[in-house]
Design a protein around this ligand. Sequence first.
Ligand code: PEP
Length: 250
Amino acid sequence: MRKKVVIANWKMNQDFYETTSFLRNLLKIIFEINHKKEIIIAPSFPFLHISNQILQGSTLSIAAQNIHQMENGSYTGEVSASMLKSIGVQKVILGHSERRKHFSETNDILIKKIKTALKYKFIIIFCVGETEVERRKKEHFLSVKYQLEETIFHFSLENISSFIIAYEPIWAIGTGKTATPEVVQVMHQYIRSLFMDKYGKNISRKISILYGGSINDLNAKSLFYQKDIDGGLVGNSSLNIEKFMRIIQS
Ligand code: PEP
């Protein structure tokens, strides 16, 4: 059985009060429902520590939204893997298209980040996805394959259990344009086949592949119903506790 995972990517949203009150309320509600999914919250750096303390002893965990590729040094404004580890963070999102776009994160940089994250034994939520133009030109499979080949596929079989994959078509992120469940299923099946060709059947069956891109409480159920969609990476809709709860219940 593959892990079902729902991740809240809060991006640069939620201040101290909003973060802490959301998590305390979420915990109260979560105890009341019978869920079997892994729920991960990715707040901003300043609130990771308090978030971890609030979620201690629960089934929920936190993830960082980024790490720097270097282990330490003169990188003003950056946060290292060991700093995060020292406050109990064990998961990190890498390869998000917003970081590729706004912070020029290339595949080469991502390889370095993955190496560092693996060294510090992080679970890596790794994002891939095509642009709107690539999909229009029917190059979406090629684009996703290339992103995997130039990053994760540089790593050996024994590292692959540290990854959760998030397929996030760039044209669907924060746009309200969700990919249809059928379109996502086809891509997830394809991604799984790439893992099978590279690492074998066992890995391809076990690896969780999440969808991300304008998931909301209305479309989550039909997406999660697909056999190769193992959950979601949720941006905007994870900022609203009622919506986020309905997504978890989906
Ligand atoms: C994301 O940022 O990973 C994301 C999927 O955002 P949204 O749900 O807002 O499209």
